[in-house]
Design a protein around this ligand. Structure first.
Ligand code: ZN
Length: 242
């Protein structure tokens, strides 16, 4: 099976459409979404509807739970908070109903997917450092775990000798006896100083993972954000990739 793994769409319809058309070109068997479909961007309902149609599995992110009152808003920074309040007012009935029941972490086709961390996913912690990864490897049983949440693509490997390191290889050959935590980056708000929309393709049969980046109409999304009462900073950061 060949899976496209997408995360952190954040209501950015232009980025999502661009990613989905690249995914269609790549002929995958399924699309798996790691959450944060809404929050920050101007098209939450349109993104929910499109994800419902295209994704096989959809997990919850903190920004999907927050507008529903499932997370205390004091967890979030001021920009995120005002975006959550805006999103809450914007969401329609069918989006709310859909977001309410999303799971946090699952195993599928021999690998694990979760928005934040395998260890206590509802705490919404991040895997940024090697230390974070070391703590999380014992918390899933499969060889590979895919995550999102930080909006920064990253691969960390753990060898049988317990050697934990960041891997830069792309495409990545999944090696026998090695385990991996792989962050697929963000579709709708990349933060690795690269504004291109980010997602991953995992070919289970070939044991191969590829990080993919695609262009989208950033100016159009920025214009839409500026026409709402969302903070302007949320438009500016898209072209900077931060
Ligand atoms: Zn996010």
């Amino acid at each position: 099976m060949k899976h496209a793994i997408i995360s952190d769409i954040h209501g950015n319809l232009e980025a999502l459409e661009s990613v989905l058309s690249e995914i269609a070109r790549r002929k995958v068997d399924s699309v798996l979404c790691l959450g944060d479909v809404v929050g920050y961007g101007p098209n939450p309902n349109e993104c929910v509807a499109l994800i419902m149609e295209k994704a096989e599995v959809i997990l919850a992110g903190n920004h999907d739970y927050a507008p529903l009152g499932k997370i205390d808003l004091s967890y979030f920074n001021p920009w995120a908070r005002s975006a959550i309040e805006w999103t809450r007012a914007e969401l329609n009935e069918s989006s709310i109903e859909f977001l309410l029941d999303l799971p946090l972490k699952i195993e599928i086709d021999g690998f694990t997917i979760v928005h934040s961390t395998p260890f206590r996913p509802a705490d919404w912690n991040y895997i940024i450092t090697i230390g974070d990864a070391v703590k999380n490897f014992p918390e899933f049983r499969s060889r590979v775990c895919f995550i999102g949440h930080s909006h920064v693509p990253m691969i960390v490997s753990l060898s049988e000798e317990e050697d934990c390191r960041v891997v830069k290889e792309n495409p990545l050959k999944i090696k026998t006896g090695v385990r991996y935590i792989i962050n697929v980056g963000s579709v709708g708000q990349p933060r690795d100083l690269n504004p291109l929309a980010s997602f991953g393709i995992y070919d289970v049969r070939k044991n191969e993972y590829e990080l993919c980046r695609v262009e989208y109409d950033v100016a159009k999304t920025q214009q839409k954000i500026k026409e709402t009462s969302l903070p302007d900073f949320l438009a500016e950061r898209l072209e900077l990739g931060q």
